[in-house]
Design a binder for this molecule. Sequence first.
Ligand SMILES: [Mg+2]
Length: 384
Amino acid sequence: MKITDLQVIAFRVPRIPYSNGKWLDPTTVIQTLTKISTDEGAEGYYLGGAGHGDQDGLSPADRAALEGGLKWRVVGQDPFDREKFWHWMWVANVQENLLSVLDMALWDLQGRTFGVPVHKLLGGCRERVKAYGSTYPNMGTPEDYAEHAAACLAQGYKHYKIHPYYFWDPVTKQPDPGRPSHIEQDIEVCRAVRARVGERMVLSFDPWGTYRTYEEAVKVGRELERLNFYWYEHPMSEYRVAAYEKLCQELSIPILSPEIAAGSIYTRADWIRRGASDMSRIDVLRGGITGVKKMVSICEAYGVKCEIHMSGFANLQMLGATSEDVCEYYERGLLAPGVDYETPPPYLKAIGDPMDSEGYVQVPQGPGMGYQLNWDYINENKVK
Ligand SMILES: [Mg+2]
């Protein structure tokens, strides 16, 4: 079998953006579906590739890069040679999200060809995964967070992860780009949520790298320890690896990082060796399924957890091929009061990650990624 084409199908999707605790004006965004075709009629797809999960379409520049140089590198190649592509693309310094999108469309293609979901191709391990509810940042007052955590508990979530206040002032309720973090108010949120849900929920915390000093990171970390939080994610800029080493020695709560650092498995393996985090973190846009699969093996060998970042079909397929002892949770969200996470977007007939009343998400069982695409919608809303 040979690859004959690589196309990016771009289409319009209406969206009402939620930001800083309120709804913005309705708008239209561009979602993308990357498609690989072969001479034997087999096809592979990947949804999105730019931002969170698989909800955000590729930019015009990314689309041009895939349909330009990258297409001409892969046309004529065997679509099952993912490992060859992976090494090739890293050495060729191809942008991480683009080599990831290519890798995942090829996994989808092989799954569709054999009629099995990707987690079975990888080696199936489980059919459902524990989820945590992951909040939007800047959701309102500490009481608003507590109320939302209680609602998530009632819905079945057993684990709730707080994204606190950043680039937003919780007192004036205005954007505050010059002051990325507000640690006193962040601590108030954590206290309010723990007070509301007690020990009925596992709690985690992610200020998304906005603590500018080591001292701020330690101060919040000590409070998280007092409140029995499970992990402390990405507190400082991930360029400061030595500060992370010191933080891991100082605190007993597990530090979960790096999440957004570039370099896929190479950066993360080095963090483990240096003791810069207690739990590792990666997602499928940082090396594709092939990269995450390698990272899970590295973590398993070192006895370090590999917590998968973000929602999405491909992350969930990857989780289906891992043990809970290595990759414990699926990140469900982002969530906020009034945000409808359960209705599929118009280009899908069903969401990929429905959650049961016990807080588990089922791994999609359809072939490949398990997408149930609404082709009528996609074809009617295509853009050039
Ligand atoms: Mg995070």
